[in-house]
Design a protein around this ligand. Structure first.
Ligand code: ADP
Ligand code: MG
Length: 296
């Protein structure tokens, strides 16, 4: 287990309480829904928990064109012509595979699935049965569970889950991690990138990148602040720029100007004359100045 953990791309930092909660739910045979803003670590934590559980798992990535057939399975046309609508011609989808294996169905971004597809899950979860047209009913082996993630409903491009679906899940809410944990995540990524730094610069970069994203979250004009992904990008890009000869401050500012604007959403000023992009750039300059003054 230890050697496996160290060979992983990303080691889990913190989240002890959340992992403990997920573990209890899964041991109690309950389905888990992880909810939190973009980049808070939902997908990562779900995958970690499934890995820990050590059971077969099957993944669905929710999007609004996902179909019921894709979830349950479909008949391969050439095989169906040869064999008829027989189970040998049936290509199981992730739901049927997870049910047959008594495994875990991981639905990433559940609320992006069309409602009709979400509804297929109800009998699968309640009666542990799914019925496939022309094939019949498939019953889940013991151990079948669902772990899902979703963004809170105020995020764009997400729909609200029905009460019926919500009633089948235990909710675990994820918030942004502590400054120390966020620094740990960025340090891990920087170390894995195998970039070389002058003495003290690696730590300075990690601290500045994390301070920067945390500043964006508390700014009055920001509707949606930056997640850890933005800090990871700032650190990675700044490291490359420093390798190319830029001094720390210039590298950090350039990286921030590339990494932040796509990841934050601001409230426009009522009488705004600047474009959205100019406003964002101005804010990034402001934040970088604050962070660098604090750090040097
Ligand atoms: N606790 C953590 N420990 C280590 N890395 C993490 C942790 N939480 C998030 N990350 C990293 O942060 C990034 C964003 O996480 P992700 O799970 O994709 O977010 P979400 O699904 O909530 O949008 C990923 O690169 C992930 O590896
Ligand atoms: Mg995700």
């Amino acid at each position: 287990m230890k050697s496996k953990a160290s060979a992983r791309v990303n080691a889990l930092i913190g989240r002890e309480q959340e992992i403990a909660k997920i573990r209890s739910c899964l041991r109690a045979g309950k389905n888990v829904l992880l909810e939190g803003p973009v980049g808070v670590g939902k997908t990562f934590l779900a995958i970690e928990s499934i890995r820990e559980l050590g059971r077969p798992s099957f993944r669905v990535d929710g999007d609004n064109r996902y179909s019921e057939q894709k979830l349950t399975g479909w008949f391969d046309p050439p095989l169906a012509i040869k064999k008829g609508f027989h189970k040998d011609a049936f290509i199981p989808g992730p739901l049927v595979e997870a049910m047959k294996a008594g495994g875990v169905l991981f639905i990433n971004e559940l609320n992006r699935l069309p409602e009709g597809v979400q509804n297929v899950l109800l009998p699968a979860i309640d009666e542990r049965i799914v019925s496939v047209p022309r094939l019949g009913e498939i019953t889940a082996k013991p151990g079948f569970l669902v772990i899902a993630t979703q963004n809170p409903k105020e995020f764009v491009a997400t729909s609200h889950l029905s009460e019926a679906i919500l009633d089948r899940f235990e909710l675990i809410v994820l918030n942004y991690q502590s400054e120390k944990d966020e620094q740990g995540i960025v340090t891990g990524a920087v170390v894995r990138s195998k970039m070389s730094f002058k003495p003290g610069i690696q730590q300075k970069l990690v601290e500045a990148a994390v301070s920067l994203i945390r500043l964006t979250r508390s700014h009055p004009r920001v509707r949606r602040g930056a997640s850890i992904r933005a800090a990871l990008s700032v650190a990675d890009i700044a490291a490359v720029l420093m390798q190319d000869g830029l001094v720390f401050e210039s590298a950090f500012l350039s990286a921030a100007l590339m990494a932040l604007p796509t990841r934050i959403e601001i409230e426009r000023e009522a009488d705004a004359e600047n474009t959205m992009h100019e406003e964002l750039e101005e804010l990034v300059h402001e934040w970088v100045a604050v962070v660098l003054k604090k750090k040097t």
